[in-house]
Design a protein around this ligand. Structure first.
Ligand code: KG4
Length: 337
């Protein structure tokens, strides 16, 4: 095993983690959420600038917290994609500089592989498994027959589920990011609004969320025009039940078709209480193991990048110093850079 320093700057969290022999020594996360809140979403240029301002401070904090010196690091890992291009560049330049100065390997990590491997902080992966990756930028069903053997069996055809939560929250006047307030309000409401389920009756593992978002927006506008009262908690509950059912229905189909032993949740939306409950009950009914990451590692953080990097270190998946970022990197091509 080894001492690994991992950097994550793919969106609006500047994060650096240090692991030694698999043990997490530090995981510093500097969230920019308050700066993006007034825009109702992440402003890419602001995200890049804030990463530039914060990264050195986050590095110092991670070294202090872990009581590790840069000379003791065996490899520098970094999220190479997917994500916001300018934001990714900040992390990559930092990692390359450290790898060059300390003459240590540079490990490029796929962001979604990080989300998937976050699960290893609390339970080992059991193959074949289905990873349900649901975040602000991605919604994918990934089949894994072994470590770093990824087959995407379904993905969103338009918006990611988290993006849909954030946009619905905006139209309801709720703060950004929208997942947490919608999840909270949904518990107080009833599913009284009738929202159509996207891709209903279509035999596919693909998902779609933009039609659902448009339905909510149209409903809100219609109620306003008619000067009818909008029952926000009920709408949150109605929306959440449909959004979660899109993911759950496909998970059930995949468990049966691919005979998976384990289902793992990954990405920011895996913090959703309704999704967690539904997945637990599906797993119990179908007799598969379910792994749900602890809340601290559902949203973006560098600890998950370090976890994936431990595997890559063993396989000696190292990059040269001319490595570039790839904002659209697909997980199936995790070793092409
Ligand atoms: O994984 P993440 O930090 O960023 C990406 O890699 O995209 O996920 C952020 C997303 C946001 O869209 C946020 O609204 C959503 O995760 N999220 C939730 C919940 N907590 C965070 N969505 C639904 N329910 C939640 N409890």
């Amino acid at each position: 095993m080894a001492t690994i320093l991992a950097i994550e700057t793919s969106c609006d969290e500047t994060s650096i983690a240090i692991t030694r022999d698999g043990k997490l020594l530090a995981n510093i996360i500097n969230s920019q959420v308050e700066f993006h809140q007034k825009y109702g979403g992440v402003m890419p240029e602001i995200a890049s600038r804030l990463h530039c301002e914060n990264i050195a401070l986050v590095l110092v904090e991670a070294l202090e917290k872990s009581d590790v010196k840069l000379e003791d690091i065996d490899a520098f890992a970094v999220t190479r994609g997917p994500g916001l291009i300018g934001a990714l560049h900040v992390g990559l330049q930092a990692a390359k500089t450290l790898a060059m100065l300390y003459q240590k390997p540079l490990i490029p990590v796929h962001h979604l592989a990080g989300h998937i491997y976050a699960n290893e902080f609390h339970s080992p992966l059991k193959f074949p498994l289905l990873a349900v990756v649901v975040s602000g930028g991605n919604s994918e069903l990934v089949l894994m027959k072994d470590h770093f053997d990824f087959t995407v069996i379904g993905r969103t055809r338009d918006d990611a589920i988290g993006e849909c939560y954030d946009k619905v929250a905006r139209v309801l006047g709720l703060p950004y990011p929208g997942g947490v307030p919608i999840d909270r309000l949904a518990k107080e409401g009833q599913p009284t609004y009738d929202l159509p389920t996207p891709l209903m009756g279509v035999d596919t593992y693909d998902m779609s969320f933009s039609g659902l978002k448009t339905n909510v927006i149209n409903l809100v506008h219609k109620l306003k025009q008619r000067e009818e009262k909008l029952r926000i908690a009920d709408l949150c509950r109605s929306f959440q039940e449909v959004a979660v059912s899109v993911v759950v229905q496909r998970t059930i189909k995949a468990i049966k078709e691919f005979q998976v032993k384990q289902v793992i949740l990954a990405g920011g939306v895996s913090a959703n209480s309704h999704l967690r409950e539904e997945m637990k009950s599906v797993a119990q009914k179908l007799g598969v193991h379910i792994s749900i990451p602890p809340l601290w590692c559902c949203t973006d953080n560098a600890a998950m990048i370090a976890k994936a990097a431990e595997h890559l270190y063993k396989r000696q998946v190292f990059a040269d110093l001319d490595l570039g970022v790839d904002s659209n990197w697909t997980i199936e091509n995790w070793d092409e850079f």
